[in-house]
Design a binder for this molecule. Sequence first.
Ligand SMILES: C[C@@]1(CC(=O)O)C2=NC(=C\c3[nH]c(c(CCC(=O)O)c3CC(=O)O)Cc3[nH]c(c(CC(=O)O)c3CCC(=O)O)/C=C3\N/C(=C\2)[C@@H](CCC(=O)O)[C@]3(C)CC(=O)O)/[C@H]1CCC(=O)O
Ligand SMILES: NC(=O)c1ccc[n+]([C@@H]2O[C@H](COP(=O)([O-])OP(=O)(O)OC[C@H]3O[C@@H](n4cnc5c(N)ncnc54)[C@H](O)[C@@H]3O)[C@@H](O)[C@H]2O)c1
Length: 194
Amino acid sequence: MSEDRGNTLFPVFFKLEEMKLLIVGGGYVGEEKLGAVLKNSPRTQIKMVATWFSEAVQDIVKDYPNITLVEKAFEPSDLEGMNLVIIGIDDPEASSQIQAACRAQNVLVNVADKPALCDFYLGSVVKKGDLKIAISTNGKSPTLSKRMREMLTDVIPEKIDDILDQMAKVRDKLKGDFDYKIKKLDEITKDWKG
Ligand SMILES: C[C@@]1(CC(=O)O)C2=NC(=C\c3[nH]c(c(CCC(=O)O)c3CC(=O)O)Cc3[nH]c(c(CC(=O)O)c3CCC(=O)O)/C=C3\N/C(=C\2)[C@@H](CCC(=O)O)[C@]3(C)CC(=O)O)/[C@H]1CCC(=O)O
Ligand SMILES: NC(=O)c1ccc[n+]([C@@H]2O[C@H](COP(=O)([O-])OP(=O)(O)OC[C@H]3O[C@@H](n4cnc5c(N)ncnc54)[C@H](O)[C@@H]3O)[C@@H](O)[C@H]2O)c1
């Protein structure tokens, strides 16, 4: 009997701006994934390697001195110093080879649109000030992820960021041991439903 274990992906929030990211591919998918990264972590050190870059990608990078474009085919030495890699190229065989090179060097890799080859997936991201919610459907439906993002963006009030600021102030001021702080913070927020 098979066991349905649901979504076993483990969500984390990377300090990407303190890391080095390689994006392989500078066409449509490269642009999409670059956009997803920049929306969240615009100061990330990004190297993009591709045999050609679309005009759209070239336009975007003009505003970002932290992005380097290298126009050539991928070579394993491109992985040096990289923490994460996103591959979005139109050559499945080369894609698999690059993914294998990442695995061999223990660099985490996402092969856009190829779940079986990914160490991690990108999620849909709801962002209201400092609040961030990442959504995954376990790869079942990126479209539903997108719709959930739109729905949550609509229902979460804009004032959430002011509330977060207030909570941070209270939290900083609270004296006492850990248990006391938790009790106080739980009390303050017990009726808050948005
Ligand atoms: C969330 C988001 C983040 C981002 O990429 O930034 C994201 N895909 C987005 C959109 C989107 N992608 C696709 C469509 C077309 C409609 C459709 O196919 O459904 C749309 C919808 C659209 O664009 O409207 C095509 C697609 N995507 C994957 C496959 C392969 C497959 O399923 O086998 C195919 C078929 C390719 C083909 O046909 O060749 C796979 C993945 N896409 C993921 C993430 C990961 C799972 C996320 C999850 O668990 O939900 C995963 C597993 C790996 C990864 O790529 O990281 C972003 C929404 C951002 C937003 O707007 O909020
Ligand atoms: N375009 C879409 O809407 C879409 C949707 C889903 C899936 N896909 C798939 O995603 C993949 C990429 O699609 P795309 O639309 O970005 O393609 P694209 O043709 O726009 O861009 C391909 C990019 O890959 C680069 N490239 C190819 N081989 C390379 C190598 N060895 N080293 C470095 N760079 C290399 C090219 O220079 C180019 O920048 C394809 O497999 C495609 O089927 C595309």
